[in-house]
Write a protein that binds this ligand. Structure first.
Ligand SMILES: [Mn+2]
Length: 350
């Protein structure tokens, strides 16, 4: 269960205090891992109570920076770009709480992400809740630093505005990227209430700034009432492939993802996943719910279909805990983030 136990780099006081490493080693077989690598393996609930400890994502160690990490979970707690129900500022915190249920291996795909990548939770971007534009600047600068270390960010939102400054930093490093955007909405409005920056304008700003390779943009799950009869016309004119929810109903999305993977080829790809892509029956805790959405199984198919793409970053946004009375939306988000980790380049599969 625990490879390289002797090399684990737990710094969490909660973990260190609970059982001595020696007693845990006696209970767990070890596996060899590559020399010089010190992986962070989340503690197993077989040995440490799930409900104990400070809630980091997946009970991983907390790190101050991305130095030395291959991938990092990072929170961006804003909801000041939201147009309807607020609350996404509490998303990262609640996703971390519910993530205590996550285990170290992916039973569905046999992925072993923590044996392949050095992963940690690097906390939250220090946003400015009184000034959205200042938050955008802070997010951009924080991601510039994360990306400079070579680490792949897995972001917990926050509302969808955050993807714009993240993609500014991503494109600065990788050039224009392919985008897999899973959402009920295209988020390509131009101006809303006189403002250019909000969770509804993200991908229009990204396109205008040349952050996206428009022929490699796929938007999946769109639905709901529109501002015009042909709500997706602008997107298609720009070269985006728009796949409305109606085209997803009642079927596996695995074949679609094979097509998308072929199209992306060796282009760097960013995955941006708005939890409102799912049906509100599964994910009610979100700001802009739309009926007749995707199922959790389809969400997992989309993410697993991103394996073997050149993923350079992923986000999961728009979880609003005040509207999530059961915690299931945040639990779903935590699992989807784990699935994203499992499809990053270089993850080992048994
Ligand atoms: Mn969105």
């Amino acid at each position: 269960m625990f490879p390289c136990w002797n090399k684990l780099s737990f710094k969490s006081a909660a973990v260190a205090n609970f059982l001595s490493l020696a007693s845990q080693r006696a209970l767990t077989p070890s596996r060899a891992c590559s020399p010089g690598k010190s992986f962070n393996i989340p503690p197993s609930a077989e040995f440490e109570a799930r409900v104990s400890g400070i809630p980091t994502m997946a009970k991983l160690p907390y790190r101050e920076s991305a130095d030395g990490l291959d991938a990092a979970f990072v929170g961006v707690p804003i909801d000041t770009g939201t147009s309807n129900r607020p609350g996404a500022r509490f998303g990262p915190r609640q996703i971390r709480v519910e993530s205590a249920l996550l285990r170290a291996y992916n039973s569905g795909t046999n992925a072993a992400p923590y044996e392949s990548l050095v992963v940690a939770d690097i906390g939250d971007v220090n946003v400015n809740l009184y000034d959205l534009k200042d938050s955008l600047r802070r997010i951009r600068e924080a991601y510039r630093k994360i990306l400079a270390t070579g680490c792949i960010p897995l972001t917990m939102g926050g509302d969808h505005t955050i993807t714009y400054p993240i993609l500014q930093s991503i494109a600065e490093k990788h050039g224009p990227v392919g985008l897999i955007h899973v959402d009920a909405h295209t988020d390509t409005s131009d101006v809303v209430l006189g403002e250019k920056f909000s969770h509804a304008t993200t991908f229009r700003r990204c396109l205008e700034e040349g952050l996206l390779s428009p022929r490699n943009v796929v938007q999946i799950g769109m639905r709901g009432t529109g501002y015009s009869a042909d709500a997706y016309e602008w997107n298609r004119i720009k070269g985006f492939r728009v796949i409305p929810a109606e085209e997803c109903w009642h079927k596996s999305l695995a074949p679609l993802m094979l097509q998308i993977r072929d199209k992306m080829g060796s282009t760097p790809v960013y995955l941006s996943f708005d939890i409102d892509a799912l049906d509100p029956g599964f994910a009610p805790g979100t700001g802009t719910p739309e009926i007749a959405g995707l199922t959790p199984a389809q969400a997992v198919e989309i993410i697993r279909g991103c394996r073997r793409m050149k993923l350079v970053g992923c986000d999961l946004v728009e979880v609003s805990p005040p509207y999530d009375t059961t915690g299931n939306t945040a639990l779903l988000a935590a699992n989807l983030l784990f699935e994203m980790l499992c499809v990053l380049p270089k993850v080992k599969y048994y």
